[in-house]
Write a protein that binds this ligand. Structure first.
Ligand SMILES: [Mn+2]
Length: 269
């Protein structure tokens, strides 16, 4: 731990995107998220879906104080100087019925276009809209979510043991997902569907979540940004005041995973 490089991340940014927080689900890393949002100042905060996990709450009522603290700290930002936009996902799809409404300073939008400081336009949506394009049937996703829960339980045991040994958080599910060929194929199809949608809508890029796989990259001529999640990867996307985009990893010492410079004036896209 002492030998890991301490990277200072900027605390004042223009925009933050987070998704797949899964409040109400035991696997949610609420404490890492709290550390992050309490520390940061931003003009815009986009909640890119699956923030509250109603699917999990329906099965089992789980709501520790930390989850309240996350909600409070987001509402506190909304009350003060942050433009907070809630883009619902499939685990909080009931919110979709309130598209266009503003509740307690939080705007609910099924999808929305964000204009970056450099003028580029990005479409923001959760990402489950692409499931049909990616083959997932309801049955597959049910089996998948059961297997996923088992995995996450195993992961918590592993991390408890790693904590005793003074090691950092490590994600078993993320590790396995990378190993499973079908998952790779799934991610690839998802990302291509995203790129197609961005082109159809005539935007420069697309920002989503849903697949719990953080990313910041150029893909098929568009910029693809995925917030990741707060169950395994503990990641967020930020836009700095100069337009630089970053993918941050926030389980423990903050890390900059990827960085993309702003579009420079006069440069053709
Ligand atoms: Mn989702």
């Amino acid at each position: 731990m002492e030998n890991s490089a301490r990277i200072k991340i900027k605390r004042n940014v223009r925009t933050i995107w987070i998704s797949d927080v899964h409040l109400g689900f035991p696997g949610c890393s609420a404490s890492y998220l709290l550390d992050f949002i309490r520390d940061m100042r931003c003009e815009n905060l986009y909640l890119v879906g699956d923030i509250i996990d109603f699917w999990s709450l329906r099965k089992k009522r789980y709501w520790p104080q930390e989850h309240n603290n996350v909600v409070r700290s987001i509402l506190g930002k909304a009350k003060h100087d942050t433009n907070v936009i809630y883009v619902p996902g499939n685990h909080d799809e009931a919110m979709r019925a309130y598209d266009g409404l503003t509740l307690g300073n939080v705007k609910i939008r099924d999808q929305i276009v964000h204009e970056m400081v450099d003028g580029r336009r990005f479409l923001i949506l959760h990402g489950d809209q692409f499931d049909s394009a990616v083959m997932h049937s309801k049955f597959v996703s049910l089996v998948g979510s059961f297997a996923y829960e088992v995995l996450l339980k195993a992961n918590r045991v592993v991390n408890w043991a790693r904590g005793l040994m003074g090691r950092d958080y490590w994600s078993l599910a993320a590790f396995l997902k990378h190993k499973v060929k079908n998952a790779v194929k799934y991610i690839d199809r998802f990302e291509r569907a995203v790129a197609r949608e961005a082109k159809t809508q005539g935007v420069d890029g697309l920002i989503c979540g849903h697949i719990h796989r953080p990313e910041l990259t150029e893909l098929d001529g568009i910029t693809y940004m995925n917030c990741g999640d707060w169950v395994e990867s503990c990641t967020a996307l930020v836009e700095h005041h100069d337009g630089t985009l970053e993918l941050l990893k926030l389980s423990g010492e903050p890390q900059i995973v990827k960085r993309m410079p702003p579009k420079t004036m006069g440069m053709a896209a």
